[in-house]
Design a protein around this ligand. Structure first.
Ligand code: PHE
Length: 366
């Protein structure tokens, strides 16, 4: 009996003294586990005389139950303590500013493509595309560049090595080949459907390549081509369309002038200039005493229409090509074209546009 009381006092003291759940479990196993002190006594019951067992059994059971209960109580207390500690140490201050997550920005070229597309979409233009790697036919011949004509040297072309048939593919020097591809597709569609040729009104944004590099020229640059073909479009439409475009793009009235020029694929051909003035170091676009060339344009040459099987006595229209990088530099005050393609993070953060809630022509500018 004395033994049981001693055991109870000893184990209870050990339980009370356990500093954490692990220590408590060691105490529990030592007393109540399979080979624990109390369990060993339980096992001895079998070998006792019936009298003894009758007296000893209930007491031993009671001891076991009490100790089990004591362990449980202590465990609950320790767990509560642990939770308290966690709650105290893991508090978060929801008023602290969030950790900034670096976010990308829209490249000025993409921004200006999007703005240009939005303006021409409002005028009913669709977007057309073509490959960067072109054949001589699409880049030159179909566009009325005569063979060996010096006009071909106008563009310093990147040629590929000759194919087996001796022809050399090239990196397109302008987006004008998309004119040919678009018109060929329209002619094919007319043939397939048995209907008359549908009107064409497209812009073709894309990359173009010329062997050139300085502050305002890079070997790869961007253009947007425009093409309108129907039965009635004339030079007046061309002028109105491009005048409207630059005013919408620069978001102010822009004075323009058309200067006669030469392109093999348009007749008459022109370059369009926009007025500007210099105030200190700043270039103010709109009006002024100076003119800057901004795009090439003209009425589509009859030979171009003939090359794709369209009758130039029935159909006519205009085309234009504008340098997108140039527009971006002018509108957003970016001094050096080469920086556009240097992949400098600081430059991109500075000149780039937020992809979220950005003011643009589609959502309405300031
Ligand atoms: N393709 C010409 C260029 O790159 C621009 C242009 C396009 C001119 C369409 C007239 C008509 O210089």
């Amino acid at each position: 009996m004395q033994d049981l009381q001693n055991i109870q006092a000893k184990v209870q003291a050990a339980i009370d003294g356990a500093i954490d759940l692990e220590a408590l479990d060691i105490v529990r196993v030592a007393a109540l586990g399979k080979k624990g002190e109390v369990s060993l006594l339980m096992r001895q019951l079998g070998s006792m005389a019936p009298e003894q067992r009758k007296e000893f059994g209930p007491k031993l059971n009671a001891l076991k139950n009490e100790l089990n209960q004591a362990v449980l109580t202590k465990r609950t207390a320790l767990e509560a303590e642990l939770l308290e500690q966690k709650l105290a140490s893991e508090t978060i201050d929801v008023s602290l500013p969030a950790t900034p997550i670096p976010k990308g920005s829209i490249h000025p070229v993409s921004q200006v493509f999007a703005e240009t597309a939005a303006i021409f979409a409002d005028m009913g233009f669709e977007i057309a595309t073509g490959p960067d790697i072109e054949t001589d036919f699409y880049n030159f011949t179909a566009l009325n560049f005569p063979p060996k004509h010096p006009a071909r040297d106008m563009h310093d072309t990147f040629f590929f090595n000759a194919d087996e048939d001796g022809t050399r593919k090239l990196l397109r020097t302008h987006t004008s080949p998309v004119q040919i591809r678009t018109l060929q597709a329209a002619v094919q569609m007319a043939k397939d459907s048995g209907k008359e040729l549908a009107d064409t009104r497209i812009i073709a944004p894309g990359r173009t390549y010329r062997c050139d590099s300085d502050q305002t020229h890079t070997p790869m640059f961007h253009q947007v081509e425009g093409l309108v073909i129907d039965k009635t479009t004339h030079m007046g439409h061309l002028k109105g369309c491009l005048q409207d475009f630059v005013s919408a793009f620069f978001e102010r009235e822009i004075e323009v002038r058309f200067r006669p020029h030469h392109f093999p694929f348009t007749e008459p051909s022109a370059e369009m200039d926009i007025g500007y003035e210099r105030v200190g170091n700043e270039i103010r676009i709109g009006q002024g005493d100076k003119w800057m060339e901004i795009l090439g344009c003209g009425m589509v040459h009859p030979n171009v229409l003939t090359a794709v099987g369209i009758d130039p006595d029935i159909y006519q229209g205009f085309a234009f090509g504008v340098g997108i990088d140039r527009l971006a530099m002018l509108k957003y005050g970016i001094p050096d074209l080469r920086d556009f393609f240097a992949c400098d993070q600081n430059w991109l953060q500075h000149y780039g546009f937020s992809p979220i809630n950005q003011p643009n022509l589609a959502t309405g500018l300031s």
